[in-house]
Design a binder for this molecule. Structure first.
Ligand SMILES: Cc1cc2nc3c(=O)[nH]c(=O)nc-3n(C[C@H](O)[C@H](O)[C@H](O)COP(=O)(O)OP(=O)(O)OC[C@H]3O[C@@H](n4cnc5c(N)ncnc54)[C@H](O)[C@@H]3O)c2cc1C
Length: 458
């Protein structure tokens, strides 16, 4: 008789690792199957290396700024050193994740898994079949690449961290947060950088003031933005590529990066054969407890298409394990998800955008300020900081907060706390300012800059 597991998790990324660890801590017999590296996208080729590279890229601006404070800097950048140091740190983190799983007794199977039926998982390499009461699909997503001639000449975020050399110039196709973050990285490291986006402005879905401020900031950092154009084809051109745009113009670049979205990893896993329903967008359909249409199969993280963010995948994994293995049913609240864009300038955002607040609440107050951060005032850096608070009418509940500028990501994490508590404008006003900071503006707003009545700006 083969041994039966309580839980087999497919994918040791943000969601899968948390679910496996918590379930095992509650006494469940758990195996996690991972075909690549433990830690998943965030640790190996997402958030962590990205933030390290953004940090590397910011030094060029800081060296410039340093001169306005009297420093003389003679700096050179070495790409292979950054890649090697990043690799060391990622390996350290991977080992920590492995230890975190092994400590409560999770078995790690380094192989590819597919679902054989609602209670059996097949390990592809070894051919072994595992019986299990529950399956958790936490397989994440993969970069989508448009189907154009020469697409194989481009690369995605998966490869970007380990390029052998930095290209002299780069075209980044896409307008989402990954596109602007990599534009920041490449431009800061001295690569001539251009973003091409088929839409009319970067960061679709973000507050309009964030989109406009970040757009201006990227341009001030020398990044060229091309809108409402697509790529027709890419051809080899010496050690670079020749890109032909939809208007027929052909331009040489050192490289092309696709940041054109990510699709859930759902195909070739035996999901539909087992009866698991997908959403119209191609993600796994789940209920509030991450259960799929097949009672013994659950799914968390990017593969469910809910919010493609690590803390959300972790929260879903935790809630799943608490619900099933600790008799503590938890449905994740997706209503207020703080998030950051680690571009230059940086973005932090939470809650409703101005158009969403106006449509949903009708009566809305908008407080907004723009100014040069103190660190820039001795230089001719034009970057401006934006802080914006959106509240229900007459100083009601804070509905949204949007920040662009240095420290925006750290600030928005802290704003998320009063917002989770349902804070009103009066609660923000009661806080005493910390001076001189940029964040003090959030607690010193007086009258709204403008209001909405019946959903219309007045
Ligand atoms: C460039 C980039 C930057 C990002 N930056 C941020 C950020 O700053 N902040 C943030 O919150 N989020 C960020 N994200 C998103 C974040 O990485 C994901 O939301 C998060 O990793 C999702 O976790 P997950 O558990 O759903 O999937 P993943 O972490 O993707 O893990 C899925 C795992 O499943 C494995 N797998 C897949 N199929 C199989 C199979 N059949 N058998 C065995 N194993 C399998 C994969 O190898 C992978 O390890 C970024 C993503 C990218 C690409």
């Amino acid at each position: 008789m083969p041994e039966t597991y309580d839980l087999v998790v497919i994918g040791a990324g943000s969601g899968g690792v948390r679910a496996a660890r918590v379930a095992a801590t509650h006494g469940a017999k758990v195996a996690v199957v991972e075909e690549y590296r433990v830690g998943g996208t965030c640790v190996i080729r997402g958030c962590v290396p990205k933030k390290l590279y953004v940090t590397a890229s910011r030094f060029s601006g800081l060296f410039e700024l340093a001169e306005s404070f009297g420093w003389q800097v003679d700096a050179r950048f070495d790409w292979p050193t950054l890649v090697a140091n990043k690799n060391k740190e990622i390996s350290r983190l991977e080992a920590a994740y492995v230890a975190g799983l092994e400590k409560p007794g999770v078995e790690i199977i380094r192989d590819r898994a597919v679902i054989a039926d609602p209670h059996r998982v097949r390990i592809v390499g070894s051919g072994r079949e595992i019986e299990t009461k529950t399956i958790l699909v936490a397989t994440g997503g993969h970069p989508f690449i448009p189907d154009i001639p020469g697409r194989e000449l481009g690369f995605t975020s998966n490869e970007a961290f380990d390029l052998e050399t930095l290209p002299r110039s780069i075209l980044i196709e896409g307008g989402g947060y990954i596109a602007v973050e990599f534009a920041t990285i490449f431009a800061g490291l001295g690569v001539t950088t251009c973003i091409n986006y088929r839409g009319d402005q970067i960061l679709r879905g973000f507050d309009p003031d964030i989109r406009t401020s970040l757009e201006a900031g990227l341009q001030e950092h020398g990044i060229r933005l091309i809108y409402q154009t697509t790529l027709r084809k890419i051809e080899k051109d010496g050690d670079g590529v020749l890109v032909t745009f939809s208007d027929g113009e052909a331009v040489p670049f050192g490289g092309v990066m696709f940041a054109t979205g990510r699709n859930p990893n759902v195909h070739g896993y035996g999901l539909t054969e087992a009866g698991v329903k997908l959403t119209p967008g191609g993600a796994i359909e789940v209920d509030a407890y991450s259960q799929t249409s097949v009672p013994s199969i659950y799914a968390v993280g990017d593969v469910t298409g809910r919010a493609q963010l690590t803390p959300v995948a972790i929260r879903e994994g935790q809630a799943f394990a608490e619900t099933l293995f600790n008799h503590n049913p938890i449905a994740v609240d997706f209503s207020q998800i703080p998030t950051a864009v680690f571009a230059e300038p940086e973005v932090g955002t939470i809650g409703l955008t101005e158009p969403e607040a106006a449509t949903r609440h009708g009566e809305v107050d908008v407080y907004v300020t723009r100014f040069r951060p103190l660190t820039n005032t001795l230089s001719d850096r034009p970057d401006r900081m934006l802080l914006k608070l959106i509240t229900a009418g007459n100083g009601g509940k804070v509905l949204g907060c949007h920040i662009v500028g240095p420290g925006a990501a750290e600030m928005i994490q802290l704003v998320a706390i009063p917002m989770a508590m349902g804070a009103s404008k009066a609660d923000f006003d009661r806080a005493i300012a910390v001076h001189p900071t940029a964040a003090e503006e959030l607690v010193t707003f007086k009258a709204p800059n403008y209001r909405y009545k019946d959903g219309k700006r007045v």
